[in-house]
Ligand binder design. Structure first.
Ligand SMILES: [Zn+2]
Length: 691
């Protein structure tokens, strides 16, 4: 363990902040005793679950997730949909994962084990075993709590899709019987009370209620154990050489843990006074229209479980997590938990990397990562960001993945691009990183998102059930890069101050709730004071493409017009000779020639967006126009004493959703299309490792 940086004063304040009032509704309470068998790759557990009926309904059926059964055979919905492939990783076909409920009993009451049946609410796959329903002999009345005692056995698969083992490394996620969310009429999109408890799909993540987790994990004493929450105690049984680690956390909706004898456990303290300068606090307060005192952050214990061969990369990990705690905290609100644990999976366990759980995230690095291929930073900051967008703002990842992944892409990109600047794509040849050696171009994350969106962003609307997109590519683009691009477009449209207030209010108003896309739309309209349905209808709920372009530019000299004119009661004739004389006189006086300029702007896509035009003349004069963008085209005519130098539509590239910037300029330059395609593909894989 590295030299402790813990500061006694800060630790005292950290402990004092621990005993606060509940932040969430605490609908569930899990007390679990789990034992890891590292040889059999199993976890045996006893779970005491209390669940409170928050609805006005009498509920006679409970529903649970048994996610590990996604990996039990080739008939599961997960394997059917994914083909056993996820994020470039393949599932092992020689060691399956599953979970069996051995007993489910109402505390002091009926044995429900035989009342359990498997259901498949989203599809016709009767072979899926990831959701169960249990019929109760007596319904749970409104406001009442039911407590269940559950014995279960979880067999972990070889690491795949976020969970499993590799040799003596264990990443234990989605591992216990977990109750679904009962939505009463009026919750999210529910029109009547019903369970929201989806099967485990290939391209979906999770949704659960907030509560308290009190979990004891018994593992061999030489194993380092990390988990959601704060470790309360570690008690060794000297006879068995097993140690029981007790972790406790309130106001979270999930619990995951990891164990390995090889981790190096490092801990440092996030000290706001050391990491955040007064100038940064003041600037953020100005942006948000708040006082610096409103942006006080709290100390946080940063725990890093790193592989020995990556030990030398610890500073990069810690710096990334500090930047995440700092900027998420300043922009949106202080991180309220005491710990954040970062897990570095070993070589060959990539499937466990890049994943978020409350107060515990998994990262992913390699033997020799390039300094400016920002994989460590991007993954750590992204996964940390889920503490906000998924963790505390508890959106439904099955149904509206952009609210976690897209919001997170937007926030992560802002931080990485601001703190670290452009980086290389992590390109390797035979496992050797080559981006810096080959001198490949560097990109900001914002640029990469837009490139990916341009390639794939039109088959589906952003909001769609995760398993119903055209394919997993479109799920990815519509969950990550396209929402990132559309939120930055929204920011450019509304301005950075208003957008900053919107994002902070989103967090403050909806933390520990289950808000929807419609709630966000209403919030944007409310805070902007404008009806923003046009934006959401088109770019969040719709599929129409957006492209504005300069249609044509004409610029012709206005000659002296020949003919007979009546002037002051006298008739004069201007013939060619007279015209030449007038023209000569103009030149002698040094007067510039007059030009007729006609600019046509075209709306090439279906989508409508207010757009700016900027025309620059040879004499330096600049003409700006604002077009509401509604008609298919618009014409502007001018008489100017100079020729046109350039015409640009959306000259500042505010509308990042625009399908092509190449046609935005009168001096049309060919777009680097083949290259865009190349890096769009790369960035897709790059970002798909960040759930
Ligand atoms: Zn993510």
């Amino acid at each position: 363990m590295e030299r402790s940086l813990l500061n006694a004063t800060l630790l005292a304040s950290l402990c004092a902040s621990a005993a606060g009032a509940a932040m969430s509704g605490q609908v569930v309470r899990y007390t679990i005793a789990a034992r890891l068998d590292p040889v059999a790759k199993t976890v045996t557990g006893h779970e005491t679950l209390s669940w409170r009926n928050e609805s006005p309904d009498s509920i006679s059926e409970l529903r649970f997730h048994l996610y590990l059964n996604a990996f039990q055979n080739e008939k599961s919905t997960f394997i059917r949909e994914s083909g056993g492939q996820l994020r470039g990783d393949a599932m092992s076909k020689d060691d399956w994962g599953y979970i069996d409920i051995q007993r489910m009993q109402q505390a002091g009451g009926a044995d429900l084990t035989k009342a359990i049946r498997f259901i498949h609410p989203d599809d016709d796959n009767a072979d899926d075993r990831t959701v169960i329903a249990a019929i109760l002999p007596q319904p749970v009345l409104p406001g009442r709590t039911i407590t269940l005692e559950i014995d279960f056995l979880s067999k972990l698969p070889k690491v795949f899709a976020r969970t499993g083992y590799r040799q003596d490394f264990f990443m234990v996620g989605q591992w216990f019987p977990k109750i679904g969310v009962y939505e009463k009429a009026g919750d999210r999109y529910a029109t009547k009370g019903a369970w929201n408890c989806h099967p485990f799909h290939a391209t979906t993540e999770f949704f659960a209620d907030y509560g308290v987790y009190d979990v004891s994990i018994t593992a061999p004493s030489n194993y380092v154990v990390g988990a959601t929450g704060v470790e309360q105690s570690a008690v060794e049984d000297p006879h068995t050489h097993q140690t029981t680690h007790r972790f406790y956390q309130e106001d979270v909706h999930e619990f995951a843990w990891t164990a390995s004898p090889h981790y190096i456990r490092m801990e440092r303290l996030f000290e706001p006074a050391r990491v955040v300068t007064p100038a940064e606090t003041a600037a953020t307060a100005r942006l948000l229209g708040l006082q610096p005192g409103d942006l006080q952050l709290k100390p946080v214990r940063m725990i890093l479980l790193i592989q020995p061969e990556h030990h030398w990369q610890a500073d990069r990990h810690f710096r990334a997590i500090e930047n995440a705690l700092k900027w998420w905290g300043l922009w949106y609100g202080a991180y309220p938990y005491q710990t954040i644990t970062v897990v570095d999976p070993p070589f060959g366990a990539n499937g466990a990397g890049g994943m978020e759980y409350p107060t515990l995230i998994t990262a992913g690095t390699s033997w020799w990562p390039e300094r400016r291929a920002l994989m460590i930073e991007a993954v750590v900051i992204h996964e940390f960001g889920h503490q906000y967008w998924y963790g505390m703002v508890g959106t439904n990842e099955f149904e509206e993945s952009w609210l976690d992944e897209g919001f997170n892409t937007y926030s992560t990109d802002k931080i990485v691009d601001m703190v670290y600047g452009p980086g290389y794509l992590p390109v390797t040849i035979l496992g050797v990183p080559v981006s810096e050696t080959l001198g490949l171009p560097m990109f900001t994350f914002g640029e990469l998102d837009r490139a990916a969106y341009l390639q794939y962003g039109k088959h589906d609307p952003v909001v769609r059930n995760g398993w119903q997109y055209y394919d997993s590519f479109r799920y990815g683009i519509n969950s990550y890069m396209r929402p990132g691009t559309l939120l930055r477009t929204l920011e450019n449209y509304l301005g950075p101050r208003l957008m900053a207030r919107i994002m902070r209010t989103w967090f403050e108003r909806y933390r520990f709730q289950h808000p929807t896309s419609v709630d966000f739309e209403k919030l944007v309209s409310e805070l902007s004071g404008r009806d923003m349905t046009w934006f959401f209808d088109q770019f969040v709920f719709g599929t129409n493409w957006l492209n504005y372009k300069v249609g044509s530019v004409e610029c012709d000299p206005i000659e002296v017009k020949l003919g007979s004119y009546s002037e002051g009661g006298k008739r004069i004739t201007i013939d060619q000779k007279a015209a030449d004389r007038i023209e000569k006189e103009r030149k002698r006086k040094g007067e510039p020639k007059l030009y007729r300029i006609v600019v046509k702007l075209d709306r090439d896509g279906e989508s409508v967006f207010p757009v700016d035009m900027r025309m620059t003349l040879d004499n330096g004069e600049i003409v700006n126009e604002k077009w509401d963008g509604r008609e298919r085209w618009v014409k502007y005519e001018y008489a100017k004493r100079s020729q046109v130098k350039s015409v640009e539509i959306d000259p500042e590239h505010k509308i990042l959703l625009d399908g092509s910037f190449a046609d935005n300029s009168y001096v049309s330059r060919p777009a680097p299309l083949p290259f865009v395609k190349w890096f769009a593909n790369l960035v897709f894989w790059f970002q798909m490792v960040l759930p």
